[in-house]
Design a protein around this ligand. Structure first.
Ligand code: IFM
Length: 453
């Protein structure tokens, strides 16, 4: 079979997040985060685990960077734990926390790996939560203070900044569904949180530009591709609502379209928003949110098969019965066509200057066999099919500039604890040994060739 080449300069990397890998939850002056608090609350994490130690990356980062280099990774996306930098969320700076990331950045650059830094991947300082958290405007103001501190410190060397990871998760999954920290079940609070997260992004963009000259700044959203369980008018309407709830509510305002009017109406009809509507939005907010960005980060894993809920104004529901594709261990259907459709849609409808796939990957439990190696064929198949979808999208004109596999190594999968393994590197949590899986070696070859076979 012939090899399909990606454009020159295409960046191949992997991604992680602070709480999922670092451990050292109380070390060197770090403050408590909402994930520390949440994971320490009995019943919140499937296997009762926490991120207290996780992959111990806080101590093992030199070894991890060396492994990345040996695998030929060109870029590494990681996040900064805000409470390591400002233990109380605002106010005094913890220099040891700043130094940790500064050393990591230096080591990556030394290894020839481009750092992509996510400023917020969900570990809000508990002190900010105690003052109301993301449902309040205060959190957005505090975020800007934190961003100013850390981009001043690293802005000379980091040239790729991602303000937020997956605002849908840090707002609705966390405040409406209640599956993630802080575990609220209050839909209006979820929408207010979404607004303040987007607002904090918009406010942070000029601060990053000031502190990090010539850097690229963007935001990462997680998208789903909503499809109808069965093609009925009700289900097609459910698809529109689900897409509005999950995708458009976030991407529309970022690209100057404000919150989708059909969704505001739907939320009002469903009694989620009062007739007053978006009373947490103030003058100037929407312009701030629409600040120009250099790229859109796209996280894509799967599709959502939805159908209309029962009763008038009922919310759409996901329909497992019609979700019949092969699934990963997360229960997510493998749907590479969705990545192609999504990338084309984003390019043609929103025209971001550039797109990076900032996460894509699969959870499979395969561990070391008798030969000591990890034969994760299904992950290779998953990645290959999605790389091909990306290739096709580039051929269709999508300005895709890079691809980050989630994840560099197995790690703490939030409410699912350590029950899910997304890494291309196996982690033995008892010994902290790292074993590159077959997918890591396969990826190494893709990178070396800048092509997929
Ligand atoms: O592990 C998460 C990551 O933190 C955010 N995106 C999805 C991944 C898999 O669930």
């Amino acid at each position: 079979m012939s090899k399909l080449s990606f454009p020159n300069g295409f960046l191949w990397g992997t991604a992680t997040a602070s709480y999922q890998i670092e451990g050292a939850w109380q070390e060197d002056g770090k403050g408590e985060s909402i994930w520390d608090r949440f994971a320490h609350t009995p019943g919140k994490i499937l296997d009762g685990s926490t991120g207290d130690v996780a992959c111990d990356h806080y101590h093992r980062w030199p070894e991890d960077v060396a492994l990345m280099k040996s695998l030929g990774l060109q870029a590494y996306r990681f996040s900064i734990a805000w409470p390591r930098i400002l233990p109380e969320g605002v106010g005094s700076v913890n220099q040891k926390g700043v130094d940790f990331y500064s050393r990591l950045v230096d080591a990556l650059l030394e290894a020839g790996i481009v750092p992509f830094v996510t400023l917020y991947h969900w570990d809000l300082p508990q002190a900010i939560q105690d003052r109301g958290g993301w449902p309040t405007r205060f959190a957005a103001e505090a975020f800007v203070e934190y961003v100013d501190v850390i981009t001043r410190a690293l802005g000379d060397r980091v040239k790729h900044w991602i303000t937020h990871n997956e605002p849908w998760c840090s707002s609705l999954l966390s405040h409406q569904i209640g599956e993630h920290a802080p575990g609220w079940k209050d839909w209006r609070a979820g929408l207010a949180a979404a607004h303040h997260i987007l607002l904090s992004h918009g406010w942070a963009v000029p601060v990053i530009r000031r502190n990090s000259p010539n850097a690229e700044v963007g935001i990462t959203l997680n998208f789903t591709v909503a499809v109808a369980a069965e093609r009925t008018p009700e289900n097609l309407n459910a698809v529109r609502l689900f897409d509005g709830y999950f995708n458009r509510w976030f991407v529309d305002p970022l690209y100057g379209r404000r919150y989708p009017a059909d969704m505001v109406e739907a939320y009002q009809k469903a009694g989620i928003l009062s007739p007053a509507g978006l009373d947490f939005v103030q003058d100037g907010d929407m312009d701030a949110i629409a600040a120009y960005t250099d790229f859109l980060g796209v996280n894509y894993y799967s599709r959502s098969v939805v159908k209309a809920g029962q009763g008038e104004n009922a919310w759409p529901v996901e329909d497992a019965e019609h979700a019949t594709l092969e699934r990963t261990d997360m229960g997510w259907e493998v749907y590479p066509q969705g990545l192609y459709d999504l990338l084309c849609r984003l390019h043609f409808e929103y025209q971001p200057a550039r797109i990076y796939i900032t996460e894509n990957g699969a959870s499979y439990a395969d561990g070391p066999g008798a030969d000591g190696r990890v034969h994760d064929e299904r992950r290779i198949r998953y990645l290959r099919s999605h790389f091909l979808a990306a290739y096709k999208a580039i051929a269709a004109g999508v300005p895709l500039a890079g691809y980050f596999v989630w994840s560099f190594m197995d790690n703490f999968e939030w409410a699912k604890g350590y029950t899910q393994r997304f890494g291309i590197v196996w982690v033995d949590y008892a010994t902290q040994a790292r074993i590159p899986k077959d997918s890591a070696y396969w990826f190494q070859q893709v990178i070396a060739d800048n092509a997929v076979e």
